[in-house]
Ligand binder design. Structure first.
Ligand code: NAP
Length: 254
């Protein structure tokens, strides 16, 4: 009975950012647990590669910064599979880093558009459909940056902190409709987003992250996909408005 609650048979999950990293791993995990999965991303080539890893899928190329495209994504999911039980808003970018005084307006707008507005559109579209169904689980992707407040990452951290508060507000609005809304705030995970230097630089970053982890671990996409699966499934039926922090014990708020 307990394990049954992790099973996703009969459920339909939409995953944005599904062409890469955490989104791809989440799509595969949801599929392995039995869900039919709608794969969304702006990177069509890699989205097709994810489709080869997911049994019963629908590929819908989507730019999450465009409300009309996110609405159309959720509508396509309903047309094709009849319902949407899970909306995982994973798509994101690191965007421009650097000191606050040097961040230009266009770069700021871009990070907020993908990481905050994109998630907002996903939550909005999902609440519309799940509210009618009177059930559903929305899982948003925040970051350990919401606790760490790292210098040089203002735009990204602001957007992710926005995702955390959006999650809590949406949980209040969704609860009476039977819709749960939670977010995941991962620590450093090895994905294309974080593989930005030479192999030597990356080895140094990973060594530093391992040192910061109470467990001495560096995170992998599956570590986050497992959290997404938990929040998507009925195993988390008593969880809403929460921030889950899979980070290997790197950033632990009091
Ligand atoms: P990733 O491997 O770069 O995957 C992100 C995916 O989102 C990419 O396929 C990307 O396409 C896509 N995307 C970007 N902008 C989009 C848009 N406007 N519309 C649709 N898709 C878009 O990154 P990841 O590490 O898996 O990150 C996934 C999520 O986890 C992000 O929200 C990230 O902020 C969060 N996160 C990651 C880490 C980490 O250490 N990796 C830690 C905390 C939180 P392109 O390749 O074309 O940009």
């Amino acid at each position: 009975m307990t394990l049954e609650r992790f099973r996703m048979e009969g459920k339909v999950a939409v995953v944005t950012g599904a062409a890469s990293g955490i989104g791809r791993a989440s799509a595969v995990a949801l599929s392995d647990a039995g869900a039919r999965v709608v794969l969304a991303d702006r990177d069509e080539e890699n989205l097709e590669k994810t489709a080869l890893m997911v049994d019963d899928n629908l590929v819908v190329p989507t730019d999450v910064t465009k409300k009309a495209e996110v609405d159309a994504l959720v509508d396509r999911a309903v047309e094709h599979f009849g319902r949407v039980d899970v909306m995982a808003n994973v798509a994101g970018i690191m965007g421009a880093g650097g000191p606050i005084v040097d961040i230009d307006e266009a770069a700021l707008d871009r990070v907020l558009a993908v990481n905050l507005k994109g998630v907002f559109f996903g939550v909005q579209a999902a609440l519309r459909v799940m509210g009618e169904q009177r059930s559903g689980s929305i899982v948003n992707m925040a970051s350990a940056a919401i606790d760490a407040a790292p210098a040089g990452l203002a735009a990204y951290s602001m957007a992710k902190a926005g995702v955390a508060i959006l999650t809590r507000v949406a949980a209040q609005e969704g609860g009476p409709m039977g819709v749960r809304v939670n977010c995941v705030a991962p620590g450093f995970i090895v994905t294309p987003m974080t593989q930005r230097g030479t192999p030597e630089q990356m080895a140094n970053v990973e060594a530093m992250m391992r040192k910061r982890s109470a467990l001495g671990l560096v995170g992998e996409p599956d570590d986050i996909a497992n959290a997404v699966l938990y929040l998507a499934s009925d195993a988390s039926r008593f969880m809403t408005g929460q921030v889950l922090r899979p980070n290997g014990g790197t950033a632990m708020p009091a």
